[in-house]
Design a protein around this ligand. Structure first.
Ligand SMILES: [Mg+2]
Length: 166
């Protein structure tokens, strides 16, 4: 019997979801309306098209690394997010999400989580589409790459950075 993969402690390849794997553009209009429709924005995530480039990167990373997700989506969307990942043939966990009561900008939430993970794992790579997140995580010393296949939305940027909502 070979050793289970999860016991081998392979380095981690860290993937953001929105804008890296999931195309969020069809639901941004919920955030452009006033008042913003947050529940509708999140509930529509099950219809996000898969971003092929991100999915290809993830599958390539699985050869040498343990893939984990680090998303600004709140915990209350865990079931919906896992179902979407499964529907696209992607692993559903480990899935690190924003606590429901945590409204800090995504970059600080993600930095905290990454620092915690780094106590027990080597961080091989981080892929995120938010330039503000990439800047903070790079400054923290992590090997971060900016995903550029979906132009980062100014609407989502505002939601993540000023409102701490996604
Ligand atoms: Mg993103």
């Amino acid at each position: 019997m070979s050793e289970p993969a999860q016991d081998r402690q392979r380095p981690l390849a860290v993937f953001d979801i929105d804008g890296v794997l999931a195309d969020v553009r069809h639901r941004l209009h919920h955030l452009q309306s006033r008042p913003q429709r947050w529940n509708a924005f999140f509930l529509a995530a099950d219809a996000d098209p898969l971003l092929k480039e991100g999915a290809a990167r993830l599958r390539a990373a699985q050869a040498k690394h343990d893939v984990i997700y680090l998303t600004g989506r709140p915990e209350r969307n865990r079931a919906l997010t896992a179902a979407w990942l499964a529907a696209h043939g992607l692993p559903t966990e480990p899935l690190h999400m924003r606590p429901d009561d945590d409204f800090r900008p995504a970059r600080w939430v993600k930095r905290n989580t990454l620092r915690r993970l780094a106590r027990t794992h080597t961080i091989a790579s981080v892929l995120d589409d938010d330039p503000a997140v990439v800047a903070v995580l790079s400054a923290d010393g992590w090997p971060v790459e900016l995903a550029t296949w979906l132009p980062h939305s100014s609407t989502l940027q505002s939601a993540q950075e000023q409102q701490g909502r996604t």
